[in-house]
Ligand binder design. Structure first.
Ligand code: GAR
Length: 199
């Protein structure tokens, strides 16, 4: 299954996927293109180093529909069948997500439905929760609201700040995301209503 990974920043989750791909652990998934909306995203360098094609689609100055039309065009060119959002910091509309039903997944640094949106680790610290974690979920038209595939908990320690908590969450994301991507690529995820099962 041909995969695109969408990124906006450092790309440590992309790196975990590239590393998994290098060992054969994503098969039958294959990352064929890495797409960024930011020209300076370090994730693009990671992709190039791994020999994976990159595409830049800047959102600035574009209406959402025009931005998404460019994404659809490149996905068709690369014959992409499923999309992994790995630190992609743009909201995709229903017009886009409905083209790939149960074929877009996202990793988010909180236990959804708690703390959707940006700066989830900081939201968790401010709220005072004692446990947070990572959620990998299907993407639909709602903000971080699609069916949950897997979650892993992470403790919040008394001396944590957002950066310390995020680092602990990222370590779990790097373990979990490649496993879920492989299951998706192998057609092993099924969804009944909101409930996702791995076969
Ligand atoms: C990750 O923690 C990811 O869950 C988060 O951005 C970080 C990207 O790190 N995504 C979101 O907050 C989406 N709402 P990375 O660029 O090092 O993979």
């Amino acid at each position: 299954m041909k995969l695109a990974v969408f990124v906006s920043g450092s790309g440590t989750n992309l790196q975990a996927l590239l590393d998994a791909q290098a060992t054969g652990a994503l098969a039958p998934g294959e990352i064929v293109v890495v797409v960024s909306n930011k020209p300076d995203a370090y994730a693009l360098t990671r992709a190039r180093t791994a020999g994976v094609a990159t595409e830049l689609v800047e959102h600035r100055g574009l209406e959402r529909a025009a931005f998404e039309a460019k994404l659809v065009d490149l996905l068709e060119r690369h014959r992409v069948e499923a999309i992994v959002l790995a630190g992609f910091m743009r909201v995709l509309t229903g017009a886009f997500t409905s083209r790939f039903p149960q074929r877009i997944i996202n990793t988010h640094p909180s236990l959804l439905p708690a703390f959707p949106g940006v700066d989830a680790p900081a939201q968790a610290i401010t709220y005072g929760v004692k446990v947070s974690g990572v959620t990998v979920h299907f993407v639909d038209a709602t903000l971080d609201g699609g069916p949950i595939i897997e979650q892993v908990t992470v403790p919040v320690w008394p001396d944590d700040d957002a950066a310390k908590l995020h680092a602990r969450i990222l370590a779990e994301e790097h373990r979990l995301l490649p496993v879920v991507v492989q299951r998706l690529a192998a057609g092993r995820l099924s969804c009944q209503g909101r409930v996702v099962r791995a076969e």
